[in-house]
Design a protein around this ligand. Structure first.
Ligand SMILES: [Zn+2]
Length: 265
């Protein structure tokens, strides 16, 4: 039963429901099926309530351990994308868009999807939106890269998606070419910790890589997304003593733990 979650997020929901033998267990972000109730909606969602290594979390630059990590080797490439409204978010399913190496292991990029506001907090602040780059290695290993978006200039790389988001759940359209590398910040600084899926079944042992520097989207782009999903972010979860590391490029030459470059940037 626990091996049903290795598909992308949308498939996770379908798989759990199929395993349960009934119609899909509905969940959402507001009302009686919101994130505070997920753990009670389905026995398969229990980890959402009882898990001790859940996501998202607040990342406090002053508190995290700095040094000792390298920039992530991304090998993303342009490929076709299927832009799906899955009932919880807009998701770009990617069949051939490359991979990234985490901890020496190759993870294939499976989808990029979006949350508003961002689920992660950095120094207790949420961004207007975040993108989650969902990766898989083999059947069971999951890793997510999060990129934050603040309001600013129109994001050209996401224009085709924002301009054509399907309004109805289950609807999709094909994008001939999308390069996920175009929505990675130039600054390689990231936070790393081990957490969970941020939606039911809240599966744990997910590696999280949260890029520190936000990219920009325009107000019109955010507004278009919010017309479909006003709020689709889980609240931040208890850290429970977890180790949180930060890759700081300038601090790599310094001994681990002494690279305090948090001010002035
Ligand atoms: Zn997500």
């Amino acid at each position: 039963m626990k091996f049903t979650y290795f598909f992308a997020s949308i498939a996770v929901v379908l798989a759990t429901s199929a395993q349960a033998g009934g119609p899909p267990t509905e969940w959402g972000y507001e009302g009686p099926k919101d994130a505070r109730h997920w753990g009670q909606l389905d026995p398969l969602f229990k980890t959402c309530s009882v898990g001790k290594r859940q996501s998202p979390i607040n990342l406090d630059v002053a508190e995290v351990e700095k040094g000792g990590l390298k920039p992530i080797p991304f090998t993303y490439k342009a490929g076709p994308a299927e832009v799906l409204n899955n009932g919880h978010t807009i998701m770009m399913n990617l069949a051939n868009s490359g991979s990234a190496r985490f901890d020496g292991l190759e993870y294939r990029l499976v989808n990029v999807h979006f949350h508003t506001p961002s689920e992660e907090k950095i120094n207790s602040m949420k961004a207007h939106m975040s993108a989650h780059f969902f990766h898989r290695a083999g059947d069971l290993k999951l890793a997510v890269v999060a990129v934050m978006f603040k309001l600013g200039k129109e994001n050209a790389a996401l224009k085709a998606m924002f301009d054509n988001m399907p309004e109805k759940e289950g609807k999709k359209f094909a994008l001939t070419s999308f390069n996920p590398a175009d929505i990675l910040p130039a600054d390689p600084t990231y936070f790393f910790y081990v957490g969970s899926l941020t939606e039911p079944p809240c599966t744990e042992d997910v590696k999280w890589y949260v890029m520190k520097t936000p990219l920009e989207i325009s107000f019109a782009q955010l507004d278009a997304f919010k017309k479909l999903y006003r709020m689709n972010a889980r609240y931040t979860q208890a850290i429970n003593g977890r180790r949180i590391q930060m890759m700081v490029p300038d601090a790599e030459a310094a001994p681990a733990g002494t690279g305090s470059k948090a001010s002035g940037h």
